[in-house]
Design a protein around this ligand. Structure first.
Ligand code: DGY
Length: 330
């Protein structure tokens, strides 16, 4: 029997590719840059499965030209690049990769918090430029961390892992804003759920870990930055569109907040003339939160398992839209 045809939109770790090649007739896009929307459309005309990255926009019109498509397996825990209702309506399963990049992402959020608070990148650049002439009693002064208040926007898996680092390692008070109570974090970390304004007003550091959806898009805007402490350090490892970037630029330039550490921008990649890349109090890295050996290997395995389950009619290992089960495409 012919193997199911699948399109994989980028080279991912061999831990996943080997599984996919064994079970499927796989075409793998090996270019360093993503395939264009036109190429994805052409490939999908004849595919049973798609392994996508967060760089591909998967929406209704695209799915309409994919009559055989049974599954979209996203190589990411976030799936805001996929129109889930559109996939579900068409009987298409969607998978993601939760649970295996939690620590890697929280580690990077903490690294950005530390780098921005202690002005590490700015000091490094200054050193490389030959400005280090003597020890400076008044130079490079940053923020203290111990015993201060971390505000977490979105206390799910990754937000909780960040809160644990801040509370356990640095004795910080944890406050959080989330639609849901996180009783375990309240019990174990003394986390306190607060409204959004209180989070903005009381936090010394704010770290974003919320899903991107219609209620969270643009939530960090001029009004929000205006309520933060002038010493506040803002960290985003979730998605760029949580932030109105022009407002963040203004807040950083005018001293409404102290600094920012960003793993994500809007759009990605940022234009080279994006002011965020040129402000001394902003650290920007290229969406690398999950970029560790074990996280990327585990993501590849889950994404491969989801893809193979999708094309063979099995339940997905991490299934974003399980309610499609009764009407999934055969
Ligand atoms: C995700 O998984 O959603 C990250 O943003 C990339 O690993």
């Amino acid at each position: 029997m012919a193997k199911p045809r699948v399109f994989v939109t980028r080279l991912i770790p061999e831990a996943g590719l080997a599984k996919i090649r064994a079970a499927c007739d796989a075409e793998i896009w090996t270019e360093p840059l993503p395939p264009s929307a036109d190429i994805v459309r052409q490939k999908l005309a004849d595919c049973d499965g798609l392994l996508s990255l967060l760089t591909e926009r998967i929406d209704g019109p695209l799915l309409d030209v994919a009559p055989k498509l049974k599954v979209v397996s996203n190589y990411a825990v976030g799936y805001n690049n996929i129109d889930i209702p559109a996939a579900t309506e068409r009987g298409i399963c969607v998978g993601n990769t939760p649970g295996v990049l939690t620590d890697a992402t929280a580690d990077l959020a903490f690294a950005l918090l530390m780098a921005a608070s202690r002005r590490i990148v700015e000091s490094h650049t200054w050193t490389l430029a030959g400005h280090w002439k003597t020890w400076e009693p008044l130079g490079h002064i940053g923020q203290d961390l111990v015993g201060r208040t971390i505000g977490i926007a979105g206390l799910g898996r990754i937000g909780t892992a960040m809160a644990k680092r801040c509370h356990g390692g640095w004795g910080m008070k944890v406050i959080y804003h989330d639609m849901h109570h996180n009783e375990q974090a309240e019990r174990e970390l003394g986390a306190v759920r607060v409204d959004f304004d209180t989070l903005l007003r009381e936090s010394d550091f704010i770290s974003v870990h919320a899903d991107l959806n219609d209620t969270t898009r643009g939530m960090f805007n001029a009004a929000a930055f205006a309520k933060m402490k002038p010493t506040c350090v803002f960290v985003n490892t979730a998605r760029g569109p949580h932030v109105v970037e022009a407002d963040l630029v203004e807040a950083l330039k005018s001293g409404k907040i102290f600094a920012a550490g960003l793993d994500v921008t809007d759009p990605e990649p940022p234009r080279i003339d994006n002011p965020l890349l040129h402000l001394p109090n902003c650290v920007v890295v290229p969406h690398i939160a999950s970029a560790t050996v074990s996280s990327r290997n585990a993501m590849a395995e889950i994404a491969a398992d989801n893809l193979i389950a999708g094309v063979t009619g099995q339940p997905l290992r991490a299934w974003v839209n399980p309610k499609v089960a009764d009407q999934r495409r055969k």
